[in-house]
Write a protein that binds this ligand. Structure first.
Ligand code: ZN
Length: 191
């Protein structure tokens, strides 16, 4: 983590890890890619390394992020997908010239058309969003149960009953709140 910047919330699903670069949307929102360089850092961690990013590319990234958030939220509650969000996701996907390549070890890697092509990287994220929103992947879109979060996340648990976007943050906070409420109740009944 770079000094002074909020760290990243990384999950196993690219599209929702990306939407988690803005957290606590219903509370005191935390922007985790506040500068172009932080988007460069985030992309590097996610196998989409670029060597630079402009302010305009960061704006585009955030527009894609919020469009994925809106579309994934609609999909999670089985609402109609907002056309403007779908348009942004599709445009990003269409414009990308990223190619999936196979490494000698049999792993998939993304090759971008150039090291400064943030748009290629965004296209990979957009395509990932398409696959989860279209229900092509094994899992279920759901909304985080934390009232200050309500992030759309992709539940791949066997029972499909995951309640929080992230166990270490939203899940933990909820558990602590319940524990404290119980403590209060107990101390009241002891009086
Ligand atoms: Zn959450």
């Amino acid at each position: 983590m770079r000094a002074g910047f909020p760290d990243f919330r990384l999950g196993s699903v690219l599209a929702t890890s990306f939407t988690a670069t803005l957290t606590e949307r219903r509370g005191n929102a935390v922007e985790r890619i506040p500068t172009p360089q932080r988007l460069v850092d985030w992309l590097a961690v996610n196998g989409l390394a670029v060597d630079s990013c402009t302010a305009a590319q960061l704006d585009l990234a955030r527009e894609l992020r919020e469009s994925i958030h809106v579309a994934a939220t609609a999909a999670a509650i089985q609402d109609a997908l907002p056309a403007s969000a779908v348009q942004v996701i599709n445009d990003c996907s269409i414009q990308s010239r990223a190619a999936a390549i196979l490494t000698p070890e049999g792993k998939r890697q993304w090759r971008l058309s150039s090291d400064s092509c943030v748009e290629d990287a965004l296209g990979v994220i957009a395509a990932d969003a398409v696959s989860i929103i279209a229900g092509e992947r094994d899992g279920r879109l759901a909304l985080c149960a934390s009232p200050t979060c309500q992030a759309a996340f992709f539940d791949t648990s066997q029972s499909r009953t995951r309640k929080w976007c992230d166990m270490n943050t939203c899940g933990n906070r909820q558990k602590k709140a319940r524990f404290n409420a119980n403590q209060r109740k107990r101390s009241r009944s002891a009086e």
